[in-house]
Structures are given as C-alpha cells and as structure tokens.
Design a binder for this molecule. Sequence first.
Ligand SMILES: Cc1cc2nc3c(=O)[nH]c(=O)nc-3n(C[C@H](O)[C@H](O)[C@H](O)COP(=O)(O)OP(=O)(O)OC[C@H]3O[C@@H](n4cnc5c(N)ncnc54)[C@H](O)[C@@H]3O)c2cc1C
Ligand code: SF4
Length: 517
Amino acid sequence: MAELRSLVVVLGDQLDLAAAAFDGFNPAVDAVWMAEVAEESTHVWSSKPRTLMFLAAMRHFALALQAAGRPLHYTRLESPGNGGSLAAQLQADIARLKPAGLVMTAPGDWRVLESIKALAEANRLPLEIREDRHFFSSIRDFAAHAQGRKSLRMEYFYREQRKRHDILMQGGEPVGGQWNFDTDNREAFGAAGPGAIPPRASFEPDAVTREVMAIVESRFAGHPGRLDSFAWPVTRAQALQSLQAFIRERLPLFGRYQDAMWPGDPWLYHAHLSAALNLKLLNPREVVAAAVAAHRDGQAPLASVEGFIRQILGWREYVRGVYWTQMPAYQERNALAAQEDLPAWFWTGATDMACLRDALAQTLEHGYANHIQRLMVTGLYTLMLGVQPRQVHAWYLAVYVDAVEWVELPNTLGMSQYADGGVMGSKPYIATGKYIQRMSPHCKGCRYDPAQRSGDNACPFTTLYWDFLMRHEVALAKNPRMALQVKNVARLTDAQKQAVNERAAAIRCGEVAVAHD
Ligand SMILES: Cc1cc2nc3c(=O)[nH]c(=O)nc-3n(C[C@H](O)[C@H](O)[C@H](O)COP(=O)(O)OP(=O)(O)OC[C@H]3O[C@@H](n4cnc5c(N)ncnc54)[C@H](O)[C@@H]3O)c2cc1C
Ligand code: SF4
C-alpha cells in the first residue's frame, strides 16, 4: 500500500466538500477520516433528534465523499471495535493506517481541538489546522476587534462586519441610512393569530436516515426527545432547498415577527437554518447573499433583510469570537453564584406553566425552539430560578439539533444566564410573566396569572422576577441599566417581600410549576 500522506479528519459539524481541509486533496495519497462515537451523544445527555441530525448528515456526507472519489475511513456507531470517543477511534486508526500527517479544518469546540492536538503530539504526527471558511471573520479578526475593550458589544462588531464585507452598504453608509431597524420589527401577532404561514421545508427521512433512527432508538433509548416528526435537511441539496424556501416564503415577515410566539407553532417566520449552517451544509456567505438579493429584487423589505443579516453576520460571528477568545475559563463562569439544580421536568416538559410546556414540548419533539423561546422562556426561567450555569449549558447543548458548543455556550452562559458577568450583555435579561403575555397568548390558557407576584395563582416568572431583584439587589443597584428595576424593590413592604420569598421557596422545592396529572 502506498504511504498515506495525509489523513483528513472531518468532524460531524464539518460536512462540506469544499472545506479548507480538502484544499490540495489528492485521492492517490490522501484519505478522509470520519467516526461516529458514543461519547458525542453522552458527554451531555444528547437528545434523540440532535444525535439523529448529526449521524444522518454524516452518513449522507460519507456518500457524497465516495461519489466524489475521495477515499474514506468511516467508523459507524455499530462497527465492531468502535473506540467510543473521537480520540480513541482516531488513535486506533492512526496505528492502523500510519499516516504521515493529519489535516483538518479548525474544530468548533475547544474540547475537541485540545484532544486532537494532544493525540497528534503523542503520536509525533504533524497536525495542520486550517482556517474555517464558514465564517466571514477569523478568530484573529475578532480578537483584534476585542483588543482593549472592557465589554464586547455585538452592535459595534456587527457594524465593522458590514463595512469590512461590504454588505448592505452604499457609499460607506448603511443602506437605508440606519444600521438597525428594530423599531419596525418585533411585533406580536394580534388576537387572530399568525394566520396561514407556509409550512416549513421538511424532508421525509430516506433509507439512510431511517437506518440511523433505528440505531438511535435502540442505542440511546433512554435519551430525551422523539424522532417521529424528524424532517430536518440532512444533505446539502436539502439545505439549499430550505434556504430557498425561507427566502421566498418567510424572509419578508421575518423581522416583523422575530420576537413573537404562538402556541403550538415554533416555526413562524424563522429560518430554521441553524443546524444546516452549523453542520456546514450551508455557507453563511450564500445565505447572506440570498437575503441581499431578495432585497435588491424587491422581494423582501429592508427591515426584515437587515434583521436577518444581523443574526448571521452579527450574532453568529460574534458569539464564535466570544467563545474562542474567552475559553476555556468561560465555561466555568458563574457571576451570579447560581446554585440551584435544573428542574427535572426540563427533560420531559411536565410542567403546568403553559408557555414553558409549549416551548419544552416543541424542543423535545423537533429539537427546535425559536430564539425568543430559548431566551425569554426557558432561559429566563433558569436565570431567575438561579440554576447553575453549567447545568443550563448541558441542557441547551443536549436538546437542540443546532447545538454545537461554540455557539450554544456564549448564548446560554453569556446572553441568557449573565453568568459571564457582563462580557456579552450589559445587564441580565429579566422580565415578569407580563412580557410573555405581551408577546404571546400563552397566559390566556394558563392556570397562573402574570399580574400576580405572590399567592396561589402567581405566575412563577413574576414571582421569580421579584425574587431575583431582591436576591441581587446590591449588585444590580451598581448597574445603571438596572437602577430603575431595582428601585421598585424599595416600594415593596416587608410583608410583600415575605410573600414573594415564600412563593419563590415553593417554586424551588417543586411545589409549584410541576405538572401533577
Ligand atoms: C440560550 C440560547 C441557546 C442557544 N443555542 C444555540 C445553539 O446551540 N445553536 C445555534 O445555532 N443557535 C443557538 N442559539 C441562537 C438562536 O436561538 C438559534 O440560532 C435560532 O433560534 C435558530 O433558529 P433559526 O434557524 O430558525 O433562526 P432565526 O431566528 O431564523 O435566525 C437566523 C439565523 O441566525 C443565526 N442566529 C440567530 N440568533 C443567533 C444567536 N443568538 N447566536 C448565533 N446565531 C444566531 C442562526 O444561524 C439562525 O439560523 C441560542 C440562543 C439562546 C438564547
Ligand atoms: S401566566 Fe406565567 S407561566 Fe403561565 S403562560 Fe403566562 S408567563 Fe407563562
């Protein structure tokens, strides 16, 4: 056998035939390495939809590699002698194949990068790590932006990105004369509801996906979530169809209803493209270009197009920069010293709170909840309850089909739980149940009352909002953006404070919020 020049390591979230790792690939002397390993589904309690998403997409990508004539060493989950972890399997394959070197695109996760670097070193193998072209900016670009800044606000980074990549710009100024169209966006649906929304792009599982489904059902039988509604794009062709359908059918109203919620419908006007983007079935450049073209051709208003591009070119790139410039210390942050356990019903959805029950049911059924459900329903609840950020992180990383640590961790720990003490956000996002009442009709069908902060009918969000302010009063009073909210605590009588304390204690010990039927 001719000597193997490079073993090109491809991870489950690097599924692009045009990735940097393949530059200069020569099938006569190079080969691709991929492995399905149980560790990736067990280091957090990965939900069935999430595991299926990754494995089905990997197996379809393996077929694409074979069709492209690239030699492939692929270990299936059920292969005899599967090493069980990326490091163990790669070690066994290095010993067997004896490559002269390893090549890969930069991994998204710090944990994975460290383990592959250690393995290469232990085997005295050169490891070439190439820039990931699935982002507009490199980590170096972000680090240069972050240099000397006390806090890392998304807005400034986003404006730099718009200018640097010349997106929605005209003569050095933002198209439309402003950077941000938030005032035109973020409406709730009226009482009549969202009306007829085009169905989401969905894909019937083929034989390859069905085979993986059976494996997931038997190998990870006790893991959370269901597979009977699985319809995510798992190939590049399907991902492109999803993108086209979004641009055509949803983008025009994306901005307007970005923050709205509606019972039983998580899809609304969102893109549902995060998993395809994170697994690299899509490149953000083609996604942004399609949105810009829709505006240019008069198919979508600027406010929607800008709102959407802000998510991809702004938030997505910014959280990646935060992750790589702050890790590994970032994952340990717990600025609010939160010590509660995650309620067990987060894994089952068994709560009598209508808004949370809905968000959790969708999460378990589809591996999806939209951004506002993640931030202002599930995340808001764990923040105000005071759940340990590591447990919240492990939950978010486990349950969503788009969950990869570089994007999940800063969103959870920073944006949602304020555990980084203000690296990402200037204040904790806290709100009473009235916020949810304004953005959705959930409260109408709920046994709790968002206007009550104590007593048997008090909405747990409202109780926990006041409890949070009281617990963190001293620290929050120093934050000018929180001053007004903190001042309201002083208006409560001792008896009112006591009633909030009692109700919060009942929530914490599981007397409230758990479904009893
Ligand atoms: C606590 C918490 C955890 C999250 N975990 C993840 C995660 O594991 N993986 C993930 O991709 N996103 C995560 N997000 C961000 C966001 O909620 C999802 O990207 C979005 O809901 C995916 O649905 P969509 O494709 O329909 O997005 P849309 O609302 O249609 O947005 C379009 C695209 O913009 C990008 N985007 C939007 N918001 C963000 C953001 N805050 N950070 C990064 N990218 C963003 C996504 O690629 C998304 O596909 C999290 C948000 C919160 C608050
Ligand atoms: S009353 Fe509270 S718990 Fe019930 S739906 Fe409204 S916000 Fe959610």
